[in-house]
Design a binder for this molecule. Structure first.
Ligand code: C2E
Ligand code: CA
Ligand code: CA
Ligand code: CA
Length: 277
């Protein structure tokens, strides 16, 4: 790996210069996007283990770039992290979600919990207080959840624990995202005051063909049970996955098999349909 790294430094091609140029431009655009709010929040339903009843939703951001069209978060979230724009972006996501929940309320549609993805560095008291303040002003704390990556927890354990405590005391629940991909031992999780873990897609994907992944998933479910945490499986793409996972005792299922992330109006239709099914 070291050798190829050195090689990359030695050969700096015109294509690489273009790539750098493009990233610089995109970062400039991102500042404008934050200022003018060029974002849309999509929502993906999370189902009960029966696969029929909706349990909650995950908020997933999209960027409508005026020239490039729709940009997915895997492209711009890392840039936003570098540019220090994550706190502003999270405020925008929370604002959109509050608006969405208020719309649902106005239409007498059921209000489920919405989970918001947070990046590691924004998980500090000042910023989290700001987000919680926005949510409390609307009286919607019981309808929010924060998702944090496993790796972030492990890096700053002591600080994170006190912050998690205060978030949960104020009524917002906590989920650990992409669980099973990190290096942490399962028992390490005991230290963290959380409500839920989300089994990573990469584990779920191979659960049918790979005995190893099946065993890991079983262990995660068993450990979650013993700690009193609920478990979500992400990336559920087929009926076979859905069935196997609910047999394993997973509480909630999320994935393309049920629905892709969809814009707010489509999510409203989904909620209306599941209400009246
Ligand atoms: P994530 O939090 O792990 O979100 C799940 C991703 O998997 C989403 O990609 C979702 O569209 C996708 N997905 C859902 N079901 C399936 C499935 O059955 N199969 C497959 N192959 N994929 C599925 P998306 O929306 O592109 O988001 C990617 C990542 O970007 C998220 O991963 C999250 O880490 C980050 N992200 C998204 N929205 C935000 C945000 O508002 N703030 C921050 N900080 N990060 C965000
Ligand atoms: Ca997530
Ligand atoms: Ca995830
Ligand atoms: Ca992920």
């Amino acid at each position: 790996a070291k050798e190829s790294k050195d090689k990359n430094f030695a050969v700096f091609t015109p294509q690489m210069a273009d790539k750098v140029q493009e990233q610089v431009q995109l970062e400039r655009d991102l500042h404008r996007a934050v200022r003018d709010d060029e974002f849309e929040v999509f929502y993906q339903p999370v189902m009960e283990a029966d696969g029929r009843t909706i349990h909650s939703m995950e908020a997933l951001i999209r960027w409508h770039h005026p020239k490039k069209g729709l940009i997915v978060p895997t492209v711009f979230i890392p840039l936003a992290e570098e540019a220090g724009l994550i706190p502003q972006i999270s405020c925008i996501v929370v604002e959109h979600t509050l608006q969405f929940l208020n719309d649902l309320k106005a239409k007498s549609l059921p209000l489920h919990r919405v989970s918001i993805n947070l990046s590691g560095r924004e998980f500090n008291h000042k910023h989290i207080n700001e987000l919680m303040g926005m949510i409390e002003d609307q009286g919607l704390t019981s309808h929010f959840e924060f998702e944090l990556l496993e790796s972030y927890l492990m890096e700053n354990a002591e600080e994170v624990i006190s912050l998690l405590d205060s978030v949960r005391k104020r009524g917002i629940s906590i989920a650990i995202d992409d669980f099973g991909t990190g290096y942490s031992s399962l028992s390490y999780l005991k230290k963290f005051p959380v409500d839920k873990i989300k089994i990573d897609q990469s584990l779920v994907k191979d659960i049918i063909s790979d005995l190893n992944d099946l065993e890991i998933s079983k262990a995660v479910v068993a450990m979650a049970r013993s700690l009193g945490l609920s478990v979500v499986a992400e990336g559920v793409e087929t009926e076979a996955h859905s069935q196997l996972l609910s047999e394993l005792g997973v509480d909630y299922l999320q994935g393309y098999f049920f629905s892709k992330p969809i814009p707010a109006p489509e999510m409203e239709a989904f909620l209306y349909k599941s209400e009246n099914a």
